[in-house]
Design a protein around this ligand. Structure first.
Ligand code: COA
Length: 388
């Protein structure tokens, strides 16, 4: 019997040079650059190009990429019409999956994937990458308004990615500090090695499915509460706790009921996720800028983290990226239902980088299984079966 590892824990699924995690030390690098340095000095656009192309871009190249992203924000009115037909109760991740899959019907060209030069059509690969990353933000921001029966705000070409997204969400230009904090959130969520959604990118890319289908599949994987859906769950969980003093009893009750504490634990990290540390710092920065009044929810969150850590650290369970991201988004006026979709907007960069990497050395994924079912047996006519 081959060695079966549930959840493929510790099984390498590919070779990659895009990002790297040292889970014991709590280190995350994109293309060799530490997440702390990128969060401090880079922008989402620059980090995107780093992840996609492998190197920090020069000024001209970065300017050109930024221009292309801005130019590609608008979606066809057919897509807007399609979104208008979706039920308002639909979750933003469900809308995003539908809208991204349907984009593929409007942008042909994937024939080049099945030609003899599978991955050498640089133009198709680059243009599709820009289209997808650029339109992801537009779709998510548009849905906030369309689902409530309002016309969406049109994208602004004079604003950067983060600023434009917040503008399209809230209908006004964001405060520069909030826009910068949001930009850092996008950097932090842009890539994270071979997690469930990125693995789905590899599997779907390996069949030479169109990039729109590949990303639609990744959105589905990210939507689950054990993956990206956890950020919404964290906020809903914190809202059930009235005061920081109640946090320990809340955690005890959850653990006694064998329930998970949302936003805690990670397959790769055996210490606090470095992105959670950065987000927590940003939360304090935002509070300071707002006049120092600490939000009650942040105090509750910190008390839950402390209580959970005291009880779960021996299992290597600490706060992950989803623990503090929702708190920040809430302070920016973003509704909790949109949190996971924002994660998807940022992660589209990592997904496209892995799509490109998979195509550059492709072999279709076809794992095996350990069969534990019945051995060969004879067919019995329905009239002769003992079952009712
Ligand atoms: N709350 C309570 N206990 C947790 C926990 C959590 N959030 N995360 C892990 N554990 C416990 C498990 O119950 C298990 O305990 P046991 O050994 O006594 O059975 C142990 O820690 C190992 O966890 P396991 O579920 O095997 O880890 P995994 O690598 O399979 O799962 C996650 C990783 C992320 C799915 C898991 O930690 C989780 O469900 N977290 C909450 C959801 C979340 O925040 N997801 C976002 C990830 S970025």
């Amino acid at each position: 019997m081959s060695n079966y590892l549930p959840g493929l824990a510790g099984v390498p699924a590919t070779k990659s040079n895009i990002s790297n995690i040292d889970g014991e030390k709590g280190i995350l690098n994109y293309r060799g650059y530490s997440i702390e340095e990128l969060a401090q000095y880079s922008t989402f656009e620059e980090t995107a190009l780093l992840l996609l192309d492998g190197e920090l871009p020069g000024e001209v190249c970065l300017r050109e990429f930024d221009k292309q992203l801005r130019k590609n924000r608008q979606v066809k009115y057919h897509i807007t019409d399609l979104m208008k037909t979706l039920p308002e109760s639909g979750h933003p991740m469900e809308m995003l999956q539908v809208a991204v899959a349907s984009l593929g019907m409007f942008y042909p060209g994937s024939e080049c994937l099945t030609g003899s030069d599978v991955c050498t059509d640089i133009n198709y690969i680059h243009n599709t990458t820009v289209k997808l990353i650029s339109r992801m933000g537009t779709l998510v921001a548009m849905w906030k308004h369309l689902r409530n029966g309002y016309e969406p705000y049109l994208p602004r070409h004079d604003l950067g990615y983060a600023e434009n997204f917040l503008y399209m969400m809230n209908g006004e230009e964001p405060d520069p500090l909030l826009a910068r904090i949001f930009d850092i959130c996008l950097i932090l969520h842009a890539e994270h090695t071979i997690n469930a959604s990125t693995f789905s990118v590899l599997v779907n890319a390996s069949t030479l499915a169109t990039p729109y289908s590949v990303i639609a599949a990744a959105i589905a994987a990210l939507s689950g509460p054990l993956h990206g859906g956890a950020n919404q769950k964290v906020l809903e969980m914190l809202q059930q706790i009235e005061r920081p003093e109640d946090a320990a009893a809340f955690v005890d009750k959850k653990l006694a009921n064998k329930e998970v504490i949302w936003g805690m634990g990670h397959r790769e990290y055996k210490t606090k996720d470095p992105r959670a540390t950065i987000l927590q710092r940003l939360m304090h920065q935002m509070i300071e800028a707002k006049g120092g009044e600490v939000s009650a929810l942040l105090e509750i969150a910190q008390a839950v983290e402390k209580a959970a850590e005291e009880r779960l650290a021996e299992k290597g369970v600490y706060a992950n990226v989803d623990f503090y991201s929702g708190l920040l988004y809430q302070e920016m006026g973003i509704p909790p239902e949109q949190f996971t979709a924002i994660f998807a907007v940022a992660r589209s960069v990592g997904w496209m980088a892995h799509w490109r990497e998979q195509l550059s050395d492709n072999r279709i994924f076809r794992p095996t299984q350990v069969y534990i079912g019945e051995q060969e047996r004879k067919y019995i006519q329905v009239s002769e079966r003992k079952r009712r």
